[in-house]
Write a protein that binds this ligand. Structure first.
Ligand SMILES: Cc1ncc(COP(=O)(O)O)c(C=O)c1O
Length: 484
């Protein structure tokens, strides 16, 4: 190890960074350590925040320390507590301590992780993360990968490779000829696909009408027969079959071991949306849900949800590295490409980019395989506890008992003549009242035509105490509703 650089003692340093970074550290700890005592939802109105943050850009600048102090002061009430354990909205994880600290270092180092030549350590870190995650998620060791900004861009990356492979088989060079006059690609999916799929096909020029929605069974899984007849209708068409590993509302898993071989008999490309659900593979208890998923052609997931890596962090995996690279890679004379190492630009949609593998590397090292499994199992346990206990409260109805970390409840209007629309309003009203209490944060959804409250447990910090607090807050709101 090179010991020729001595770290100078702080007294000898007059750095433009020291005071402001120490101040940022103080603000950071103040935020993180008060999460248990502060309201989890926003307390400032957008109008107030706009007033606090806006105004004309001043002609002259100011001290960095003043910028940071004012930033913290003027965002007060507008930073929600999604980093903490009482946040159950959407599918949002917090940040593991090592991942957060590594994310700071990533900004500090400020490397351009496009090429190994300009960020050698980060290029290797991404290589290592790719193979660790493949192992954890049970994906083929030969799959290529990209670390992208989130599952949205993981879909774009994976479906870009799919588009290449499907059209290449028909003799169409999509990268050169573009989509004009290209054979149209179909996307077959259950009705429960996430909106990021629709945006991915829009961005790729396939157009959202290429998606054909197929029915699900009572477990929320794509019906085998429906897929079979859709494939048989146009067997010659280049086709992507989209399957869910944990859908957004109920965490449903399609039956991969039946559906993937069927799709492959028709030479379709199978893409898996596993934004959070793919992580169930890390747990021996939940792994059964993913049986056969390794046979797919591409997989998209996130680090910033269940792995608790700071935003922005998603992962794309592609079984055919050639298709992936052909759809993404670019060469330019001013770039420096190194032998024997992976240049991220060959696999990623971005050119210049943040070394986002660093936080993932730190998260995986902090947890180890066992820690990831425990995180998954703990979140599932809390989700089950929370949803079933809310569902048992007077005025509540259990809509979906979690099989992983996602469940649904609904709140009923107690008036004798109450209609389904009244129950929908009551559900939204209860969600809003719980948010106002500041005790817990939940988001709503419409599932099977009914307004529901989604319960998603993704945060590494969520504890039994947080579950009890959230439950008490809901109970209080329901009791107040009854008294009305
Ligand atoms: C099932 C599913 N797929 C895709 C996404 C999109 O992920 P991201 O927000 O990381 O782009 C989400 C986000 O919640 C999701 O729940």
């Amino acid at each position: 190890m090179d010991t020729s650089f001595n770290i100078m003692s702080p007294e000898n340093i007059t750095s433009p960074f020291r005071r402001v970074l120490q101040q940022a550290l103080n603000h950071t700890l103040q935020y993180l350590e008060s999460l248990q005592h502060t309201p989890v939802a926003a307390t400032a109105s957008l109008a107030d925040l706009r007033l606090q943050l806006g105004g004309p850009l001043s002609d002259t600048g100011m001290e960095a320390t003043q910028v940071i102090d004012e930033l913290v002061a003027s965002t007060r009430g507008g930073i929600i507590g999604s980093a903490g354990g009482r946040f159950f909205g959407w599918a949002i994880g917090g940040s593991l301590p090592a991942a957060l600290a590594a994310d700071w270092l990533t900004s500090t180092w400020d490397q351009n992780a496009a090429l190994s030549a300009c960020a050698p350590a980060e290029a290797l870190i991404e290589e290592i993360c790719g193979s660790w995650i493949k192992e954890l998620l049970g994906l083929p060791s030969g799959a290529s990968f990209a670390l992208v900004s989130g599952c949205q861009m993981a879909h774009v990356t994976c479906l870009g490779a799919a588009r290449h492979a499907l059209l290449d088989r028909l003799g169409w060079n999509i990268e050169y000829d573009g989509l004009r006059d290209a054979p149209p690609i179909r996307v077959l999916s259950s009705s429960e696909y996430h909106g990021s799929i629709e945006r991915a096909v829009r961005l790729l020029g396939l157009g959202s009408r290429c998606i054909e929605e197929l029915p699900v069974d009572k477990h929320g899984c794509l019906q085998l027969q429906a897929l079979s007849s859709a494939l048989s209708k146009r067997p010659e068409a280049p086709t992507i079959v989209l399957l869910q590993a944990g859908d957004l509302n109920i965490g449903a898993y399609d039956r991969f071991s039946e559906l993937i071989p069927l799709a492959h008999r028709f030479h379709a490309w199978v893409h898996i949306d596993g934004a959070f659900g793919l992580w169930a593979e890390a747990s021996p208890t939940y792994r059964y849900l993913l049986a056969g998923v390794d046979q797919a052609d591409s997989w998209a997931t996130d680090g910033h949800k269940w792995l608790n890596v700071p935003y922005d962090c998603g992962y794309a995996f592609i079984a055919d590295p050639q298709a992936h690279r052909s759809s993404m890679s670019h060469r330019a004379s001013y770039l420096t490409h190194s032998d024997g190492v992976r240049d991220e630009i060959d696999w990623n949609p971005e050119w210049s980019r943040r070394g986002r593998g660093v936080a993932t590397y730190a998260a995986l090292r902090q947890l180890g395989k066992e820690g990831v499994a425990q995180l998954i199992e703990r979140c599932c346990r809390h989700a089950h506890d929370l949803v079933t206990r809310i569902g048992a409260l007077p005025g509540a109805q259990l809509m979906w008992e979690p099989q992983i970390n996602q469940g649904l409840v609904r709140f009923l209007d107690s008036r004798p003549q109450a209609t389904p629309v009244d129950h929908n309003h009551q559900t939204d009203a209860v969600i809003a009242a719980v948010m106002r209490s500041g005790e817990a944060f939940f988001s709503g959804t419409t599932w099977q035509g009914k307004r529901c409250m989604r319960v998603s447990v993704c945060n590494w910090q969520t504890s039994e105490g947080d579950v009890a607090r959230a439950l008490a807050a809901i109970k209080q709101v329901l009791e107040a509703e009854m008294r009305k």
